[in-house]
Design a protein around this ligand. Structure first.
Ligand code: PEP
Ligand code: MN
Length: 268
């Protein structure tokens, strides 16, 4: 299998402009759940840049559980995020939900995100296998590691070698947290595969208070980076407000992560 360690012994390093994902330096992807307004995305992009992170996240096409909630700004959102990222010298990652969106999103993003709900959208994965930009593949809500790696195989076998995996929690019987963060997936995937693994403690827990401890744990467990949702006014966020870190908490967390990274011989 193309994703397996037996196929390739050395770690894959995904290069996106001047950023390397999967190397010694941890990569932070931070930003709001959804792009909401020009003011919001510029404000948050500045915080992301100030924190030393290199990648701005934000959704323009949102996979919402309810059709009656905010569905994303679409192309308008992509434009706003690209402008904010360029202003602060950041890269962009955003979710693609269907094949028809690939060409449009391609114009604005540096990395395509495949969300948990689309991990087994095989037609989307096949199309993304033909794209010349990296793909971050999130683990499905109820997917085993084996199934997740097989989905990566769809992209790799299509010719796109720049696949990044993202552990974002799985569905279990536990309802206190939104999902159950499968921390052990990080070392398991590192053993089975050469692909980089990003941890997303925001979606994994769904609760602001749980994000810093799980972020620290993920770095200690060897994650190649983190995806973290932030918002300056979470009460008013149009999606995922309860899990968004306030800017000051986020900046403090980034400092703490520095020490943990150094303790395991990596840098932030
Ligand atoms: C997201 O990153 O905003 C998102 C919807 O994540 P997931 O697909 O992991 O639920
Ligand atoms: Mn979200």
């Amino acid at each position: 299998k193309l994703a397996s360690r037996s196929f390739q012994e050395h770690n894959t390093i995904v290069k996106v402009k001047d950023v390397e994902i999967g190397g010694n330096k941890l990569v932070m992807m931070s930003g709001p759940c959804s792009i909401e307004t020009e003011e919001q995305i510029f404000k948050l992009a500045k915080i992301v840049a100030d924190s030393g992170a290199k990648i701005l996240r934000g959704g323009a096409f949102k996979p919402r559980t309810s059709p009656y909630t905010f569905q994303g700004l679409g192309e308008e959102g992509l434009k706003l995020m690209r402008a904010a990222a360029d202003e602060y010298n950041l890269l962009v990652i955003t979710e693609v939900m269907q094949n028809e969106q690939i060409d449009l999103i391609y114009k604005y993003t540096d990395i395509f995100q495949v969300g948990a709900r689309n991990m087994q959208n095989f037609s989307l994965l096949k199309e993304l296998g033909k794209v010349d930009k990296p793909i971050m593949l999130k683990r499905g809500i109820a997917a085993t590691i084996e199934e997740w790696l097989m989905s990566a195989e769809y992209i790799l076998s299509g010719g796109n070698k720049d696949v990044i995996l993202c552990e974002r929690g799985i569905r279990t019987f536990e309802n206190y947290t939104r999902n159950t963060f499968d921390l052990s997936a990080i070392p398991v995937v590192h053993k089975k595969s050469h692909l980089p693994v990003i941890a997303d403690p925001s979606h994994a827990t769904g609760l602001r208070d749980q994000v810093p401890p799980m972020a620290r744990a993920a770095v200690a467990a060897g994650a190649d980076g983190l995806m973290i949702e932030i918002h300056h006014d979470p009460e008013k966020a149009l999606s995922d407000g309860p899990q968004a870190l306030l800017p000051e908490t986020y900046l403090k967390l980034m400092d703490e992560l520095q020490n943990i990274a150094e303790a395991i011989g990596r840098t932030l």
